[in-house]
Ligand binder design. Structure first.
Ligand SMILES: Nc1ncnc2c1ncn2[C@@H]1O[C@H](COP(=O)(O)OP(=O)(O)OP(=O)(O)O)[C@@H](O)[C@H]1O
Ligand SMILES: [Mg+2]
Length: 349
C-alpha cells in the first residue's frame, strides 16, 4: 500500500510520548516555567500584549498567510481570531487566570485543492509559536495509516501515529472514512475510540485536525457526536472564484521564476473556465497541475526551436498561450503529435 503519511517540519524527539512538556525548549518551555509561578498580583500588573505578539512571531505567520495565499478571506479571518484567542489565553495563563488547557482540535471542510493542508501547516506553526504545541510539526494521515486489516492491528497502528504526532498536529484527511456505518465490526471504530480518548486526555500536547468534504463530514459528526463535541473550531474552505484561480496560477509561477505572457494569461483564464466544467476539478491543485504541464510544453517548444535560437532569460521564464492551449481540456487532442501526449492519460489537466 502506498505510503500516505506525510510529516512536515520540526521532526526530532524520538519518543515524544515520554517527553516532558517543559523539556522541549521554545515558547512552551517559557510558558510552563511561568505557569508554575504564583499568579501575578492583580489588577495593577500588566502584560505588554504587543510585545507578546512580536515575541511569538505570530504576526509574521499571519502576514505570510495573507501574502502567500490568495482569497480565503473567511478562513484568514478565522485564523486571526484563533491566533488572538490563543494569545489572550497565553497571557491569561501568565496571569494565573486559566488552568485548563484550551481545546484546540479543529475541522477543515472544503472541496479538493481549496488549501486545507496548506493552512493546516500554517496553523501548526502558529500553535507552536504561541506555545500550545511543543514541536509544531504536522503528520498527515488517512484511514489506511490508522486502521489495520486484521484483528489486533489497529490499536498499535493508531498509537504509533499518535506517538509521532505528539507535540504537533495530527491532520486526518477524509476523516469520515474512519467510520463505516454499514459494517459494525469495522476496525475503524477501534481507531476512533483511541483517537477520542487521546483528543480528550492529551489536548495539551496534541491538536487534531479532521479534514474532508463538507457533506460527508457533517454525516460523520452526526454518527460520531464524540468528535463533534471535541472540536473547538470548524473552518469552512470555499471554492475559489475564477479570478482567484488565475491569481493563484500567477503566484505559483512567480515562485518558480516563471510568468505568463499577456496571451498566456488569457489562455489560462480560458483554461480555468473550461477545466471547471470537467470531472475531477480540484481548485488550486488543478491549476498547479496545469502549470506543471504547461512548463513541460514550454520546455519542449523551446528545445524544438533550438536550431535558430539564441535563448534569453525572458524566453525561459515565459509561459505563452500555446503552452496552455495544447491541453486536452480544450477538446482537441492537441497533444497527439507531442512526445508529452501520454502525460494526460489519467487526468484532464
Ligand atoms: N489560496 C491559495 N493561494 C495559493 N496557492 C494555493 C491556495 N490554496 C491552495 N494553493 C495551492 O494549491 C495546492 C493544493 O492545496 P492544498 O493541498 O492545501 O489543498 P487541500 O484542500 O488540502 O486539497 P485536498 O482536499 O485535495 O487534500 C497546493 O499546492 C497549494 O500551495
Ligand atoms: Mg490536503
Amino acid at each position: 500500500m502506498a505510503e500516505t503519511i506525510r510529516s512536515y517540519g520540526h521532526p526530532g524527539i524520538t519518543d515524544p510520548l515520554s517527553c516532558e512538556r517543559s523539556g522541549g525548549g521554545g515558547p512552551s518551555a517559557t510558558l510552563s516555567a511561568v505557569a508554575n509561578q504564583p499568579a501575578l498580583g492583580l489588577p495593577t500588573e500588566f502584560i505588554d500584549l504587543a510585545r507578546e505578539l512580536t515575541e511569538a512571531g505570530v504576526e509574521e505567520v499571519l502576514t505570510e498567510l495573507d501574502d502567500e495565499l490568495i482569497g480565503l478571506a473567511p478562513v484568514k479571518t478565522r485564523i486571526r481570531e484563533i491566533a488572538a484567542l490563543l494569545l489572550v489565553e497565553r497571557v491569561r495563563r501568565k496571569l494565573g487566570l486559566s488552568s485548563e488547557p484550551p481545546t484546540l482540535h479543529m475541522s477543515f471542510t472544503g472541496n479538493p485543492g481549496t488549501g486545507k493542508t496548506t493552512v493546516a501547516l500554517r496553523m501548526a506553526d502558529i500553535l507552536h509559536r504561541l506555545g500550545f504545541v511543543r514541536k509544531g510539526h504536522l503528520i498527515s494521515v488517512t484511514r489506511d495509516d490508522l486502521v489495520g486489516q486484521y484483528i489486533g492491528h489497529t490499536a498499535p497502528k493508531t498509537k504509533e501515529i499518535l506517538k509521532r504526532a505528539m507535540g504537533g498536529v495530527l491532520f486526518i484527511d477524509e476523516a469520515y472514512y474512519l467510520y463505516r456505518a454499514e459494517n459494525e465490526r469495522d476496525y475503524g471504530q477501534e481507531a476512533i475510540e483511541i483517537l477520542l480518548q487521546v483528543m480528550e486526555n492529551q489536548r495539551e500536547d496534541l491538536v487534531v485536525i479532521l479534514a474532508g468534504y463538507a457533506g460527508p463530514m457533517e454525516k460523520f459528526f452526526r454518527s460520531n457526536p464524540g468528535f463533534r463535541s471535541r472540536i473547538a473550531h470548524h473552518i469552512d474552505f470555499p471554492d475559489y472564484a475564477d479570478g482567484e484561480l488565475l491569481a493563484i496560477g500567477e503566484l505559483i509561477l512567480a515562485k518558480q521564476n516563471y510568468k505568463l505572457s499577456d496571451s498566456g494569461r488569457e489562455a489560462l483564464a480560458h483554461y480555468i473556465t473550461a477545466r471547471k466544467q470537467q470531472p475531477h476539478f480540484s481548485n488550486a491543485r488543478s491549476i498547479r497541475n496545469a502549470l506543471d504541464r504547461a512548463r513541460l510544453r514550454q520546455a519542449n517548444r523551446i528545445v524544438r526551436s533550438a536550431a535558430n535560437l539564441k535563448i534569453t532569460a525572458k524566453d525561459l521564464m515565459t509561459i505563452d498561450a500555446p503552452d496552455l492551449l495544447a491541453s486536452r481540456v480544450f477538446g482537441q487532442d492537441a497533444t497527439a503529435n507531442s512526445p508529452l501526449s501520454d502525460e494526460t492519460e489519467s487526468t484532464f489537466d
